[in-house]
Design a protein around this ligand. Sequence first.
Ligand code: ZN
Length: 212
Amino acid sequence: MSLREQLCEYGRRAVEQGLVIGTSGNLSVRQGELVAVTPSGVALDRLTPEMCPIVDIEGYLVEGDLQPSSETPMHLAVYETTAAQAIVHTHSVFGTVVATTMTELPAVHYNALLLGGVVRVAEYATYGTPELAANVRAALEGRQAALMANHGGVTIGATLEQAFEATRLLEWLCEVYVRGLSVGKPTILTDEQLAAVVDRALNPPAFPRRTP
Ligand SMILES: [Zn+2]
């Protein structure tokens, strides 16, 4: 699948799975010095490959008639300082709830480790600005995901599939936390408990094979 076809595919999935509504949310995928990004003002389930602009890593438009997403500077800033090859940004409901009420998403489930642990909430700044890009970049340090205060979430990956799955996981973790709050006080995993999970994942016990 070409970079632009990938944007169409995952844009459609993002809408189908209720991660974005209207023209909100944007995706990008990188190859070398080029980045294919979703266009501004088009719903993510209405994209065709030709609609998706291609910019270079310095932000110059290389191909396409439509304007790149207004969050393109944020995407480029993240590519500049991480190994990310793809980025997904949505305004998903539970992620946005946490981003409007908390300064971080605590580790209520060990799967948070798949995103690098506690998810930071980047300080608020106007969408599309270099300030927001800088805040997101700082919040993403050592992580696969960050939340953006009063805005939404952003995840990165080595592929668009990985970044998309990270967005789904981020939303699931936020939903578990928010729903947990309505039942009681969610228990937060300790550093020791999280370290034990890492140890377990690195040293999985092998099942003994029964010999006939
Ligand atoms: Zn946004």
